[in-house]
Ligand binder design. Structure first.
Ligand SMILES: Cc1cc2nc3c(=O)[nH]c(=O)nc-3n(C[C@H](O)[C@H](O)[C@H](O)COP(=O)(O)OP(=O)(O)OC[C@H]3O[C@@H](n4cnc5c(N)ncnc54)[C@H](O)[C@@H]3O)c2cc1C
Length: 507
């Protein structure tokens, strides 16, 4: 079978690796527009912040005589009748199955003066690709001021990252609240205060009307309310849109993303699939890598015949249950911002209490930049917002993702983690975790799988990542993996069995 994969990003590359491992006869051609191999895009804001070197982002990719990867080559046309893809070098590729893994593109707001015929003017950027991140970093030595447009998750990461580099940063946001989908008024105000302490000035309820240049380089921006801000850099973090242009031209049904069914196949063509950020599955796309990686592994399993697709077997029922759990995991929003701890999960911000039996309890402590709210229903944590309290965020995310029963008085959810501040939180006790507990949420890797890898000889976090993939996504769980290595090796040294696992995992 000849498979063509369009897009060699985080999901396309994972898909090819898994497919080649699962099918000894398949031949795959990968067309990748970017001139590099696959890399961890999730960590690009960390590159901008100077916390991660670009050389550390490279991801593993399939190789061998059954895989042909064309880097720096885009697919420009798909002829579904002839089953041919034309690439940007004019070469034709025939397929039996075609997989779109074209990801998403940054939304460029309508701002006068940001672009010429040659593209964005020097000093104006988005943050989507490695070249965007390195382009921003290259301008830093001559930059003293930056404006970041958009206070969503990425905007906060970029603003704090540039502030950590010593720039004076202004964060401009159209809504009244930061991360308005996730944060309510009090949490947003406390987060704004924390940003101010980090050197970020927040301006809300306005946008940027015009970019002003000096000899072709960005020099200032003019806000829609008339104010002008001098700046050397403008980074636009105004959201992303699934990359569907090629699929649309090929006549495939697209809405926000490329429409696919639960097997990731296009309803218009059983030979065509879409995975990752470009896809719009029945449950909706999340824009998070865990969903794309789950889709990739499901398609490979289905092609290999491991999934019968009838929806009636024990296996498929278990897969459905896993997927429901995974959907739940994706509702945890964690901002990777240097100096600012901010996590939301489930119901947060201004949510509708409706008819549900919800109890919400909060503490708000602007003086120290701390806000915690928990929302409980029928004995379960169904939502939380945490600003400025890492231990509490870790504890609550574990409780939320594992659906652990909560204390009768929800106030104890807030008081208990705070009471344990400065001591070792139960959330940080890998020895107490259960084998079934998920440590890496991006890759759905359990403590049991990690403990097994350590027993098989993995001695470092990178060894475990190679063996299990834990820690290769957002990287949040790498410290837990490190602790597990210590626990398991100490335990092996003492001759004890690796402890059975009850506790909390972070992904
Ligand atoms: C700065 C940043 C921070 C993020 N942080 C997080 C996070 O904390 N957690 C999280 O879960 N997710 C995060 N994400 C999102 C995550 O990176 C994506 O979910 C993930 O990369 C999706 O993988 P993908 O393969 O679908 O798309 P991508 O990784 O975007 O790859 C798509 C590839 O397809 C290529 N392509 C497009 N069109 C064509 C064509 N016609 N021909 C050939 N190639 C083509 C593109 O150039 C690109 O290389 C972040 C993203 C960014 C940019």
């Amino acid at each position: 079978m000849n498979v063509i994969v369009i897009g060699h990003g985080m999901v396309g590359s994972r898909f090819v690796e898994d497919l080649v491992a699962a099918d000894p006869y398949v031949r795959v051609t990968v067309l990748g527009r970017e001139a590099t191999g696959p890399y961890n895009r999730v960590l690009l804001s960390s590159v901008v912040a100077g916390k991660t070197d670009p050389s550390m982002l490279a991801m593993t990719a399939a190789s061998g005589d059954r895989v042909r990867v064309l880097e720096g080559v885009a697919a420009v046309e798909v002829d579904r009748e002839a089953r041919l893809v034309t690439d940007s070098a004019g070469e034709l590729h025939r397929y039996d199955r075609l997989v779109f893994a074209t990801g998403s593109r940054a939304r460029i707001p309508d701002i006068h003066g940001i672009a010429t015929d040659r593209g964005l003017i020097p000093g104006v950027s988005v943050l989507k690709d490695l070249s965007d991140a390195t382009g921003i970093v290259e301008r830093l030595p001559k930059a003293r001021r930056a404006v970041v447009l958009g206070a969503g998750v990425l905007g906060l990461e970029v603003a704090t990252g540039l502030a950590a580099r010593g720039l004076s940063v202004t964060l401009v946001h159209h809504a009244a609240r930061l991360m308005e989908r996730q944060l309510g008024d009090a949490a947003s105000q406390i987060a704004s205060g924390s940003l101010h302490r980090l050197g970020v000035t927040v301006i809300t309820e306005t946008s940027i009307a015009e970019a002003l240049d000096k000899r072709g380089n960005l020099n200032a921006v003019r806000l829609t309310d008339g104010r002008q801000i001098l700046t050397d850099l403008l980074v636009m973090c105004a959201g992303t849109l699934p990359e569907t242009s090629l699929a649309r031209r090929a006549g495939l049904p697209c809405e926000r993303g490329i429409c696919v069914d639960e097997t990731c196949a296009s309803p218009a063509d059983p030979r065509v699939f879409a995975v990752g950020d470009c896809a719009q599955p029945p449950e909706g796309g999340t824009g998070l890598v865990a969903q794309g990686w789950d889709q990739a592994s499901r398609v490979v399993a289905a092609w290999a015949g491991a999934v019968d697709g009838s929806g009636g077997s024990d296996g498929s029922r278990r897969a459905d249950a896993r997927r429901e759990a995974d959907d739940d995991l994706t509702k945890v929003v964690r901002v990777k911002a240097p100096g600012l701890e901010l996590v939301t999960m489930g119901l947060s911000g201004k949510f509708d209490h409706g008819e549900r039996d919800l109890r919400a309890v909060r503490i708000s402590d602007p003086a120290v930049g701390r806000f915690v709210e928990v929302v409980v229903s029928h004995g379960l944590l169904v939502g939380a917002t945490v600003v400025g309290d890492k231990a509490c965020a870790t504890e609550l995310s574990a409780m939320y993702t594992r659906m652990l029963p909560v204390p009768a008085d929800p106030a104890h959810l807030i008081v208990r983690p705070l009471a344990s501040m400065g001591t070792s939180s139960t959330a940080k006790a890998p020895a107490d975790m259960d084998d079934a507990d998920t440590v890496c949420n991006c890759n759905t890797v359990t403590k049991g799988a990690i403990a097994a890898a350590i027993h098989d000889g993995c001695a470092s976090v990178d060894d475990v990542a190679r063996a299990t993939r834990a820690g290769t996504g957002c990287g949040d769980c790498r410290s837990v993996v490190g602790e597990l290595i210590q626990v398991c090796t100490a335990d092996a040294g003492s001759g004890d069995k690796v402890p059975a696992l009850a506790g909390r995992g972070e992904g």
